[in-house]
Design a protein. Structure first.
Lengths: 366, 174, 118
């Protein structure tokens, strides 16, 4: 029993670590491709060993701790940032159960009935590492970056939570395994909830401080934000946390909206499950990188206003549209009535876009 | 049962220690962090009692939201370093009296009104099932409908209060 | 019953160990040449002045309060979403009343400019 948990946990951690290494490479190559450059191609064939070179470099860098930093918290906050980014992946199913050595193994660390709430609670814990890193550095830039970052994360967490609610309404369960299985019967939830998937994607960009919402790291304003004072491996842990969060959150999005490990032939060959997950995650990650390559950073007041005035009401409206659609389909006994959910939600999204557009036109500083 | 008891004792120790750490920390940020640990250990208590939903909600709302507010307030005031303040003369007796009331109340609930554990704690097999969550939902939205709706009024009052306290009138700005 | 949570606890412990090993590697192999300039707070090369942590704008407080309130609302949404099919129309009305009351506060906040970040 204990060996199974240990091995599963180790496999998950090392998958994420290696995934982090190759994601940095993937991002740099993809950005280079978009910008007509080559990108890293020296270390190893096609630069595939680049992440190892980076890791070795960071290991041999000096670990600086400013004199007036709060030493203990300064030491702990990279750990507090990195650990949730791994732990949150515990409830994600990577594939259907497989048989190995005559025993059946589930391809997840834990399947708990409050899976979605678990995701929310770990995501809310992740705020601490950043705000504490900012505070304990005892540096003006770091402090400002930490506060900005945490205010942004908590604002977009609400939208994230409400898009979870939409999925739970559809699946009738909070367990991620059951959510995936519910999509086997219907279809990918992204088909019924296109606006929900888009809202989730935007909220995750803000949640992991990615472009165009990377205000906490706006170099021109506050140097490197909350990790200004960090160097060496402590800096690497923040870096690691950010990229692991990208992978994990893409995995969550795949699970909730894009059918998780489902795909042709997955029932006969359960090992195809992780493969389908990986393909879907890589595609979603490409969208994140594409956004980074294409859009400038959004100003902070716009960012907060967008979160509170556009995303939150839209997500709330989406919850009620979904509830109404399910109610209609249930009372009429015709599942095709669910089709009003995408129609109405797309109309709501369109109206929201129009209103944003109008308010931007009206303001003279737009 | 014995494993549960050992776990409970360890956790109780952690909970008490973190609470004491919160009280005796000089730095307000450390106090807040001890309180986060305290909330986390209480969440594990809920887990041991077979209430994963409450446990996770405890972490999300208390550790994740309310303590972030506390940290913001501490940083807002720049009040990390507490200057030794003068203790009001009646503060200590009042605190002891109130603590005694709390202990008496808890003792009354524990000893006189206690229900057998089997009535409260769901059997281990059902804790991790959808049915258990559905029971919670049905109870909340049928039996406890009125408290639920009143909660929203409470939230509304809190929201208006915070805005009134912090936001100046339009004319006042600049 | 707790087995799933013990699995999660195992993962937490291992993740902490990995993080500590990573920092330990850096401490072990990294050079250590202490200099006064290096251990000063970084302010783009200027000599730092004043304390590093200072009083922060009150809007952070406001955002955090609003977040708590809506977070509680989201947590209430979760069990509601699970039993929604059993509750039916009744459930929809219940939640609509709950949200309508909160929306009053939301509109108040909007009109007061609490959602602005100027």
């Amino acid at each position: 029993m204990i060996w199974e948990w240990l091995i599963k946990a180790l496999v998950l951690i090392f998958t994420l670590l290696i995934g982090f290494g190759y994601l940095t490479y993937y991002e740099r190559r993809a950005l280079a491709f978009i910008q007509s450059r080559l990108g890293p191609n020296r270390a190893g064939p096609q630069g595939l060993m680049q992440w190892m070179a980076d890791a070795v470099k960071l290991i041999f860098k000096e670990e600086l701790t400013p004199d007036n930093a709060y030493k203990l918290v300064f030491f702990l906050s990279p750990v507090v940032t990195m650990v949730p980014s791994i732990v949150i992946a515990a409830v994600i199913p990577w594939g259907p159960p497989v048989t190995l050595f005559g025993q059946t193994f589930n391809q997840y660390v834990a399947d708990i009935n409050v899976g979605i709430l678990y995701l929310m609670s770990i995501a809310s814990i992740a705020v601490y590492g950043i705000v504490l890193a900012g505070w304990s550095s005892n540096n003006k830039y770091a402090m400002m970056g930490g506060l900005r970052s945490s205010a942004q994360m908590i604002s977009y967490e609400l939208t994230l939570g409400l898009s979870f609610v939409v999925v739970i309404l559809m699946a009738g369960s909070m367990s991620l395994v059951e959510i995936v299985e519910a999509q086997r019967e219907v279809t990918w939830f992204a088909v019924i909830q296109p606006v929900g998937a888009i809202l989730f994607f935007i909220a995750t960009l803000a949640e992991v401080n990615r472009h165009p919402f990377d205000m906490p790291e706006a170099e021109q304003e506050i140097v490197a934000g909350y990790h200004t004072e960090y160097s060496g491996m402590k800096f690497a842990l923040f870096f690691m946390a950010e990229y692991q969060k990208m992978i994990v959150i893409s995995a969550i999005m795949t699970t909730l909206f894009f059918g998780g490990y489902l795909g042709p032939g997955v029932d006969r060959f359960p090992w195809l499950g992780p493969l389908y997950m990986a393909i879907k995650i890589i595609i979603l990650l490409f969208f994140m990188i594409w956004v980074r390559a294409s859009w400038p950073r959004i100003r902070y007041n716009r960012l907060m206003a967008f979160g509170w005035k556009v995303m939150l009401p839209l997500a709330l409206a989406l919850v009620f549209i979904t509830a109404t659609g399910i109610l209609l389909a249930d009372t009429m006994g015709n599942p095709w009535l669910m089709a009003i959910i995408p129609v109405l939600s797309l109309i709501a999204g369109w109206i929201a876009t129009l209103m944003v557009d109008r308010s931007l036109r009206r303001k003279s500083y737009a | 049962m014995t494993v549960d008891l050992i776990l409970f004792l360890i956790l109780a120790l952690v909970a008490v220690a973190t609470a004491a750490g919160m009280l005796f920390s000089r730095n307000a940020v450390y106090s807040a962090l001890f309180l986060v640990l305290n909330f986390a250990s209480i969440a594990v208590f809920y887990l041991l009692l077979g209430a994963p939903f409450i446990a996770m909600a405890q972490i999300t709302v208390y550790a994740g939201a309310i303590m972030v507010l506390f940290l913001f307030v501490i940083m807002l005031l720049g009040a990390e370093q507490l200057a030794p303040i003068k203790v009001l003369p009646w503060q200590r007796p009042l605190a002891i009296g109130l603590a005694a009331v709390l202990v008496a109340e808890t003792a009354y609930l524990l000893i006189l009104r206690a229900k057998p554990a089997a009535d409260i704690i769901p059997p281990a097999e059902t804790v991790n099932t959808l049915g258990e969550l559905q029971r919670l939902g049905m109870a909340l939205f049928n039996q406890y409908l009125l408290p639920f709706e009143v909660t929203s009024i409470l939230l509304l009052v809190a929201m208006v209060g915070a805005i009134v306290l912090t936001k100046r009138e339009k004319g006042e700005r600049e | 019953m707790l087995f799933e949570y013990i699995a999660i606890a195992t993962l937490i412990v291992l993740a902490v160990i990995v993080a500590l090993i990573a920092i330990g590697l850096g401490e072990l192999f990294g050079p250590k040449k202490k200099m006064e300039e290096k251990s000063m707070p970084y302010e783009s090369g200027m000599t730092p002045y004043g304390p590093g942590t200072r009083r922060m704008p009150v809007r952070f407080y406001l955002i955090a309060v609003l977040f708590i309130l809506f977070d509680i609302e989201v947590v209430f949404f979760l069990p509601w979403a699970i039993v929604f099919r059993q509750l039916g129309l009744f459930g929809l009305i219940e939640m609509a009343v709950f949200i309508a009351i909160l929306l009053v506060g939301y509109i108040y906040a909007w009109k007061k400019g609490a959602l602005e970040w100027e």
